[in-house]
Design a protein around this ligand. Structure first.
Ligand SMILES: [Mg+2]
Length: 335
């Protein structure tokens, strides 16, 4: 299996900030090609990866695997046996293998899995942390997106939500990105539900499972775990502590693992969201193909950048419209 990589910079429309990280104005991503297939990773230091670490893993594996590439399960199992962690690197490889197989068979990914493309949800659109009036302005500019995901975790969280509520009555999801204590979360969630907030993501620290359960047991909004879970084996540990999970390809190691996570989550009666990092249309479209299986999509990474190198999934009144061309179905944007 020969692989090639390319590192590129995605420039953001607006500087992007969340509770546990400083402001970013660009994001480095890495694409991986295997024959006709292309995949992508947007690694984060929070999960211990960089574009350089992904490049290193891909280069190390390139030319070393002598397995039928159509048997993606076997290829990924082989990689898992030889390399622990490095899920962003694995995700890029898994994505390129799926794109390659879809193109070879002449079917889009959703068809490869027997999914109904009409069943895609509406994606939420993220408003990054900023001054309350600027966040309200961004909410106003996000006119075409029916659901907002508002990043919180600042001392002035309620000023932010009040400002946004002044300009829109759309459904709001909030994401505290681990910033609140358990007690603070309960008080905040009580107030947020009065503002018409519908869901709360990762209120407290990633490893604070007891805290999450305490919050869930004392709150009336669905609590979704993001930083607390990476892959399928993490789900049983957290299943009684939250209402749902947020799956991301770069966290879990790719499409195969994401599918496994969806099914494990369903066995535990959990809600499922598919989320993303700042990614190009390659990563976002690959994840979008899975959305007929989930309750919530938060696939807006490609909407937050100004130099998306590919066209892929589109939106119609916020609903994800999957490309019908084979594989992931992305095509390069003509310069
Ligand atoms: Mg999140």
């Amino acid at each position: 299996m020969r692989m090639s990589t390319k590192i590129s910079k995605l420039h953001l429309q607006h500087p992007f900030k969340i509770a546990r990280r400083s402001t970013d104005s660009f994001r480095e991503i890495i694409s991986v090609e295997i024959d006709e297939g292309i995949g992508e990773a947007s690694p984060t230091k929070f999960y211990g990866e960089t574009v350089q670490s992904v490049e290193k893993i891909v280069n190390r594996l390139s030319g070393t695997i002598d397995i039928d590439l159509d048997a993606i399960q076997d290829v990924m199992a082989h990689i898992d046996e030889n390399i622990s962690g490095n899920n962003a690197a694995k995700s890029a490889i898994d994505m390129a293998l799926h794109d390659r197989l879809g193109k070879k068979l002449g079917v889009p990914l959703y068809r490869l899995w027997g999914l109904n493309p009409e069943k895609t949800p509406i994606t939420s659109f993220t408003i990054g942390l900023d001054e309350p009036d600027i966040m309200a302005e961004k909410a106003l500019m996000a006119d075409e997106y029916p659901i907002l995901k508002v990043k919180l975790g600042n001392p002035n969280d309620f000023e932010i939500v009040t400002s946004i509520r002044r300009v829109t009555d759309k459904p709001i999801f909030v994401d505290a990105n681990t910033a609140w204590s358990a007690q603070q979360s309960i008080e905040n969630i009580k107030r947020l539900s009065d503002f018409g907030v519908e869901l709360v993501e990762q209120p407290t620290k990633a490893d604070d499972i007891d805290g999450l359960k305490y919050i869930r047991d004392n709150s009336n909004l669905p609590i979704i775990a993001d930083e607390s879970i990476k892959c399928a084996q993490d789900i049983p540990i957290i299943a009684d502590a939250v209402d749902g999970i947020n799956i991301k390809l770069v966290k879990c190691g790719g499409l195969l693992e994401a599918i496994k996570m969806i099914h494990v989550a369903r066995v535990h009666g959990l809600l499922v969201m598919i989320g993303c990092m700042i990614e190009s249309s390659i990563g976002i479209t690959a994840a979008a193909h899975l959305t007929p299986l989930v309750d919530y999509a938060d696939l807006d990474g490609n909407l937050l950048i100004k130099n998306d190198p590919y066209n892929g999934v589109t939106l119609h009144n916020g609903k994800l419209i999957l490309p019908k061309s084979p594989g992931i179905g992305v095509v390069p944007v003509l310069e």
